[in-house]
Design a protein around this ligand. Structure first.
Ligand SMILES: [Zn+2]
Length: 364
């Protein structure tokens, strides 16, 4: 089996990948001190994520690892833990150092290897599904595939005002992405002064793309979305509501592929970074211009790029939001990695794109 290239996997700063790797490296560092550790390590393996792709070798390794449990020494190691940030509900990852009996270390490491096996399987399946979705859009004139993501908010700091005695900063939301179609592919960015990143905001930002799709010479019968999988943004009942509404109204199959958490950055992120750079340049090159809002700035940025840029307002989000009825959460939403809504409004879900499909019950 070929080892996947780093570029296929996205930047991995995810705790599920990092922790077992750090434990593995700790054992490698101790192999000269303890001959039993040396005896369980596999010569040609330095990367635990590469090992877990091979089920047989992984089981052998876990079996050998269990032999360490009867040893009496203690071990000091580091790991990433998620801690609640003081004064906010956000979780932040912090590196902690722990000293424990080797048997506890083995138990923890074994559990982490098992979690990593499932995680890497989902990473691979969702990457493969996303790749297939992009290819099918390039081959078939009735399919469009859209990869999207929220960029971190852009902070508009205006040069002139920075020099003044008061300091002025404004936050701008950027929903960026890429569209694949047989007739032509393009990068896009939807920009707003409203910093809400709930699904209704994303759907508002996508409206100009939908308008283009509806005007496409060949009728688009399938739209496939690819995104990261934060529940608060793209994977929730509001998403399913809007997908269903679009599917039924436009007689279109709507599919959403969720990349495994921690491995969802890609082309959408790159478009977002480009847009931010262009915004920075615009502000820097026009020091005497003052931009009142996102639309002002975007009008200037548009002159410098092929990226299709749109703006949307809080009023537009609110008017979409008004149409959302009271929705009941759908059981198992957090484990879904693909959903499909058929033109008849039926919603199907899968835990992984190559797993089994089930009909999901909606109350809307
Ligand atoms: Zn990971």
């Amino acid at each position: 089996m070929m080892k996947p290239m780093a570029s296929d996997w996205g930047t991995c700063l995810c705790v599920i990948c990092l922790n077992p790797q750090m434990k593995f490296e700790k054992l490698v560092n101790l192999k000269c001190r303890y001959s039993i550790i040396k005896s369980i390590l596999i010569e040609d393996v330095s990367d635990i994520t590469a090992l877990v792709a091979d089920e047989i070798r992984t089981n052998d390794f876990k079996h050998d690892l269990a032999r360490l449990k009867s040893e009496k020494f203690t071990i000091t190691y580091s790991e990433w833990t998620k801690k609640k940030n003081e004064g906010s509900h956000m979780f932040i990852s912090t590196k902690t150092t722990i000293t424990s009996p080797i048997s506890d270390f083995v138990d923890k490491f074994t559990t982490e290897i098992e979690d990593l096996e499932k995680h890497i399987d989902r990473v691979r399946q969702q990457f493969r599904a996303a790749k297939k979705a992009r290819e099918v859009a390039l081959e078939e004139e009735n399919v469009a595939t859209i990869q999207l993501d929220w960029s971190e908010n852009y902070n508009l700091k205006q040069a002139r005002q920075e020099k003044a005695s008061y300091y002025y900063e404004q936050h701008i939301s950027i929903l960026s992405g890429y569209v694949w179609m047989k007739d032509g592919c393009y990068s896009f960015g939807s920009v707003s002064d409203d910093t809400n990143h709930m699904f209704e905001a994303a759907w508002t930002g996508l409206q100009p793309i939908f308008d283009k799709l509806k005007n496409n010479p060949s009728r688009i019968t399938t739209i496939i979305f690819i995104s990261d999988s934060p529940v608060s943004q793209f994977r929730n009942k509001t998403t399913f509501f809007f997908l269903k509404q679009y599917a039924v109204t436009n007689q279109t199959t709507m599919k959403w592929i969720y990349l495994e958490a921690g491995h969802g950055k890609g082309v959408a992120d790159a478009s977002g970074a480009t847009i931010k750079r262009l915004m920075d340049q615009t502000v820097a090159f026009h020091p005497d211009e003052s931009y009142r809002n996102a639309a002002d700035l975007i009008n200037e940025v548009k002159k410098k790029t092929n990226i299709k840029l749109f703006t949307y307002s809080r009023e537009e989000i609110d008017s979409l939001k008004k149409n959302i009825p009271s929705l009941t959460a759908i059981k198992g939403t957090a484990s879904l990695h693909e959903v499909t809504v058929k033109p008849d409004g039926a919603l199907y879900g899968k835990d992984t794109s190559f797993g089994t499909e089930r009909l999901l019950k909606l109350n809307f």
